[in-house]
Design a protein around this ligand. Structure first.
Ligand code: GDP
Length: 440
């Protein structure tokens, strides 16, 4: 995410680290670089200029702060300004209606249908809601099919009416259907076009007027940079929407849209899409995004994801096994499954401070565990519970069965051994020692 921008900002801010004091000259130099980095990331000119002016004012105002290194102070000021620019605090969506109606808008291809599914899935699994998806694209039968496929995938009902070509009537009928079925959120997926046109705008404005949604969300492809910002402006003039959804942030996005959209339309980004799968959705947190842009990782989100997947009972079982020296490859496998549920490896790596920079250019295999799993699957249940039984002939058989080499098998055994030892140490009071060490 935003690799280029992160790298350039890092370079710009590094310049200051060699200087002892913040002077007007080195601040100006740094900010020139920061502005260039923002413009390269497709942030609009006015926003970039205001951004650097604000940072400059604050930097010169804080000349007295001698306790911090200038470089660090600048990073802090740039971060604070980024947070401010992207919207301050995270904003939720209004779910107070019964049902709450959420209207999706945006151009064709922006990721509207995919996001409608992700949002329904998020509300169902994380917010305990009963959502209904409504297909209102009366021009493309394939769009209706697509929403049904999405609905099937996540186990959410989809309301559609292929005989009806009036989107206002369909959306009203969808809301009535939800009421009659006791469903408490209605997500209306509307038709988009490749470019803004009057008919599309009139149509969505009519739906908006007729159903008076609690939330109108505008979905936009983050890869489109300044175009995204301009489209947002046009939609906002017609719909006065409540929030923005930025999709495709997993791609090679330059970041301009994420940074400038709020300042142009004065509406918050509420969610981001980070992949094609139904769970690739995140609440947008300006401060965490600023950390990521500045290469500081996003530990808070990482811990949250880990907590979401944390299964207390499973953890207790594993603890017991470790204590009894019974931790085996089946347990190892189940740990891997839990990690995989946290998200794609690339995504997780991006949340670790500094990792993005270190891994740049490296092709992180998103199924890095594939080979490990194959090796473990080639072991017999007995071998999995008793790894010390693995002699060379068994290893040979396992390597062959999993299509890996003996070295791969040995490496896994070594890793497993190290991990078991470490876990044992953490249990035997060593955990405390380790924490103390980490805290310095
Ligand atoms: P719509 O025309 O606005 O409904 O757009 P779709 O939902 O059909 O999405 C268009 C394409 O973008 C599809 O191929 C989706 O799989 C893809 N897509 C949607 N959201 C994301 C995302 O967050 N990341 C990536 N990589 N692809 C996405």
């Amino acid at each position: 995410m935003f690799d280029n921008l992160s790298e350039k900002l890092d370079k710009a801010l590094h310049v200051l680290k060699g200087h002892g004091q913040i002077t007007e000259i080195n601040v100006a130099e740094t900010l020139k670089e920061v502005r260039r980095a923002l413009l390269d990331a497709d942030v609009n000119f006015k926003t970039a200029k205001e951004f650097t002016n604000n940072v400059k004012e604050k930097a010169l105002g804080q000349n007295v702060l001698t306790t911090l290194q200038p470089g660090q102070l600048m990073v802090k000021l740039v971060k604070d300004e980024l947070v401010e620019l992207m919207g301050g605090d995270a904003e939720g969506i209004d779910l107070s209606g019964d049902p709450s109606v959420i209207l999706m808008s945006g151009l064709q291809g922006s990721g509207k249908t995919t996001f409608s599914g992700k949002l329904a899935n998020y509300l169902k699994t994380k917010k305990d809601k009963k959502p209904l998806l409504v297909a209102c694209d009366v021009y493309r039968p394939a769009a209706i099919d697509q929403l049904h496929i999405v609905g099937d995938k996540i186990g959410v009902e989809v309301y559609s009416d292929r005989e009806n070509n009036d989107p206002v009537a369909i959306s009203k009928a969808g809301v009535a259907h939800a009421k009659s079925q006791g469903l408490n959120v209605v997500i209306i997926d509307t038709a988009g076009r490749l470019a803004v046109d009057k008919q599309m705008m009139d149509e969505i404005a009519n739906i908006h007027r007729a159903i008076q949604p609690q939330e109108t969300l505008f979905v936009v492809d983050a890869m489109t940079g300044q175009d995204a910002v301009n489209t947002a402006k046009t939609f906002n003039e017609t719909l006065d929407f409540d929030g923005v959804i930025l999709t495709k942030l997993d791609g090679d996005t330059r970041g301009g849209a994420a940074i400038s959209i709020k300042s142009v339309v004065n509406k918050p980004i509420k969610f981001i899409g980070t992949g094609e799968k139904m769970d690739a959705i995140d609440v947008f947190h300006p401060d965490r995004m600023a950390d990521r842009i500045l290469g500081m990782g996003d530990v808070v989100s990482l811990v949250e994801r880990a907590q979401e997947q944390f299964d207390e009972e499973e953890a207790r079982k594993i603890q017991k096994k470790i204590a009894k020296n019974k931790f085996g490859f089946d347990d190892f496998l189940s740990q891997i499954q839990q990690i995989k549920k946290m998200g794609s490896i690339k995504d997780l790596m991006g949340m670790i401070p500094g990792a993005g920079k270190a891994l740049k250019g490296l092709d992180v295999d998103d199924d890095a565990f594939k080979h490990i799993e194959a090796i473990i699957h080639s072991m017999t249940p007995d071998e999995r519970s008793n790894p010390n039984k693995l002699d060379s002939s068994r290893k040979k058989r396992i390597a062959k069965g999993s299509g890996r080499t003996i070295q791969d098998v040995n490496q896994l055994l070594k890793q497993f051994d190290q991990m078991s030892k470490m876990m044992k140490m953490m249990q035997g009071g060593g955990g405390k020692k380790m924490m103390q060490m980490m805290q310095g």
